[in-house]
Design a protein around this ligand. Structure first.
Ligand SMILES: [Mn+2]
Length: 276
């Protein structure tokens, strides 16, 4: 069943599965509007929420819940109600949901991890990934401290973004993304996040893994294992889709929809010359 969205004037692509992680609902950094655009563009049989969807850590400090974020929750619930298989695999920021392993809420099932069988028969472990992050596992206070600092960066970043818009500078550049990438790169260098994920998946005799957590989207061929990370909806606006034949694709929403995105008052004619 191919649904078309008359309001948008574009038909949704039919894929087998959609994988998203690290949406961080409840924070200022959450790019709910862009996620809604993405969800409208992709219709699927399976929808996997691969952790850190709701940021309970951040909401302990201050809640930032927008209309768009509310709509995200409604759209997810509606997809489940309409018969899509929607599975929520909690992350560390929504870890309190891990107590509800196997429980369904409004047709969305919570599972601490899940094995998804691709259309071509390959078996992938779906897990958020904090279990492999030595910082969040053994130094929780350090992770929370880093999180507070990250919030500050996200706020500084939205200030920078509005300045860029004011100056009519095209594009979107994320300071927090830049900083976090540098920091996380260092962290993963030391603690070898990806390698420890891959090792575990190999030991379990699976073909691949789809995780999140480090906000760094990739599809990497690690020999016998395919390592896939969904990225996030704070900085990079990325997701993974499984096509009808089992092929995986990394979608960078911010880039692919730059032309049709009308949320920011920047026209294609934007250029420093034009603005001057
Ligand atoms: Mn996480």
């Amino acid at each position: 069943m191919k649904r078309s969205f008359a309001r948008e004037g574009i038909a949704a692509s039919r894929v087998r599965s959609v994988f998203i992680s690290d949406v961080h609902l409840g924070t200022r950094g959450c790019q709910a509007d862009r996620l809604l655009e993405f969800l409208r563009n992709y219709d699927s049989e399976y929808l996997y929420l691969v952790g850190d969807i709701i940021d309970f850590w951040a909401m302990n400090r201050s809640i930032n819940w927008t209309v768009a974020q509310n709509t995200v929750v409604q759209k997810l619930l509606r997809r489940a109600r309409q018969g899509q298989t929607v599975i929520f695999i909690p992350g560390n920021h929504d870890e309190l949901l891990r107590e509800y392993d196997g429980v369904s809420f409004g047709d969305i099932t919570i599972q601490t991890e899940h094995i998804h069988v691709m259309a071509d028969g390959r078996r992938f472990l779906l897990i958020h990934g904090d279990q492999f992050d030595q910082v969040t596992r053994h130094h929780r206070w350090l992770a929370i401290l880093g999180d507070v600092a990250y919030d500050g960066l996200v706020q500084l970043n939205s200030l920078l973004s509005s300045t860029r818009r004011l100056l009519r500078m095209p594009g979107y550049w994320s300071l927090a993304g830049y900083a976090k990438n540098r920091v996380k790169r260092a962290v993963s260098f030391i603690f070898d996040f990806e390698d420890s994920v891959i090792r575990t998946v190999r030991e379990r005799g699976l073909d691949g893994v789809i995780c999140g957590h480090i906000h760094s989207a990739v599809i990497r061929d690690a020999g016998d294992i395919e390592y896939v990370n969904c990225g996030d909806w704070v900085d990079s606006c990325t997701a993974i889709v499984e096509h009808l034949d089992g092929r995986l694709e990394l979608i960078r929403h911010a880039e692919s929809s730059a032309k049709q995105f009308d949320g920011v008052p920047s026209a294609p004619t934007d250029s420093p010359l034009h603005a001057a």
